[in-house]
Design a protein around this ligand. Sequence first.
Ligand SMILES: NC(=O)c1ccc[n+]([C@@H]2O[C@H](COP(=O)([O-])OP(=O)(O)OC[C@H]3O[C@@H](n4cnc5c(N)ncnc54)[C@H](O)[C@@H]3O)[C@@H](O)[C@H]2O)c1
Length: 387
Amino acid sequence: MSLIQIGVLGAGTMGTGIAQVAAQSGHSVVLVDVNSEALKKSGDSLQKVLNRLVEKGKMDETQKEQIWDRIQFSSLYEDFKGCGLIIEAIVEKLEVKHEVFKRMEAIVSADCILASNTSSLSIASIGSALQKPERCVGIHFFNPAPLMPLVEVIPAVQTSAETLKKSKDLIDSWKKKSVIVKDTPGFIVNRVARPFYGEALRIYEEGIADFATIDWAMTSIGGFRMGPFTLMDYIGNDVNYTVTETVFEAFYYDPRFKPSFTQKRHKEAGYYGRKSGKGFFDYSENAVPAKANEDPKLGQEIFERILVMLINEAVDAVFLNIASREDVDVAMTNGVNYPKGLLKWADEMGLTVVLEKLETLFEEYGEDRYRPNPLLKRMVKAGQTFY
Ligand SMILES: NC(=O)c1ccc[n+]([C@@H]2O[C@H](COP(=O)([O-])OP(=O)(O)OC[C@H]3O[C@@H](n4cnc5c(N)ncnc54)[C@H](O)[C@@H]3O)[C@@H](O)[C@H]2O)c1
């Protein structure tokens, strides 16, 4: 079977990773960027990654050469001509995306799929620039693309069933875990994960615990690989804050997604996290690691409060048909390495217990963010479980 040629537009962080994934799956790839320096940097970083894979025994020299030879680095959109699918991974600006999608459509064949790796724009708005918007779909990878198994596949209102099926089958053939998501802000992962940061920040702001203690609760008791503050420092408070603000605006200012002043001030101060040497924690050479208050009762309280908020968000995604319950769980375990699917976790904890905890919070604070989801209420009433 001959493999279709894959195009990738934008040779930055994501584009380079996506090109590597496609080439490793046997496709010939055309990687286009308007910036020759970006192309050079992309080639250098790819060589480094492939060499490391050889050193680690994950592939041999011949395989490495074959993968490298399959990728054509180019500054010309015309080189996309023979591609069956192109994934766009350039700057996150709608006007620029419109321009490049129109340009690509003028070059490729009638059945070429045009996909976007956008994290925050709607696929419907991107596709609206096309003559044939039914060929447009969202194919959202996670960073680093070669390592993170999850890919969210997002049909827009215009996307044809054929485009969706072909895209999903292709991603599955790349040994990725694909999930289908409605074209709504944050898709699955960036929507359902908001309370991991937001509720942790809120607990800190209320003076219940400091950063180190909250992180300790989520890792040691909750089993999460990283605590929320370590993770925000890792992602960068500038990037993470912007995602939160974007999701908040996109949801017509739903108070559930309200950003936090604590994170905003850290961002304003230039306390981005690891990359700036200081964030919620200090990363300078002689820094003394912050000590957690390892009080089991306090830890359990913190962990359960954040967990039920995450579960409520996961339930909302199912309630509003954003994705299936299986896909919501697959997304959180494969896109952000949660130790368990949130809905499976809800079943284990007992839906009645989850509901009670949310109701207690809602009653105490009277704030919308703690409002238990109607689906959760209905399921408890009917004595149902998710699985
Ligand atoms: N970085 C992430 O963690 C991440 C994760 C998932 C999705 N995304 C999405 O992927 C896309 C790219 O993000 P990134 O972090 O890889 O960006 P990046 O800045 O690393 O790379 C973007 C590249 O696009 C090139 N470019 C800009 N305009 C172009 C044009 N008109 N034609 C051709 N090339 C052009 C730039 O030269 C640059 O090399 C964005 O839509 C972003 O939302 C990013």
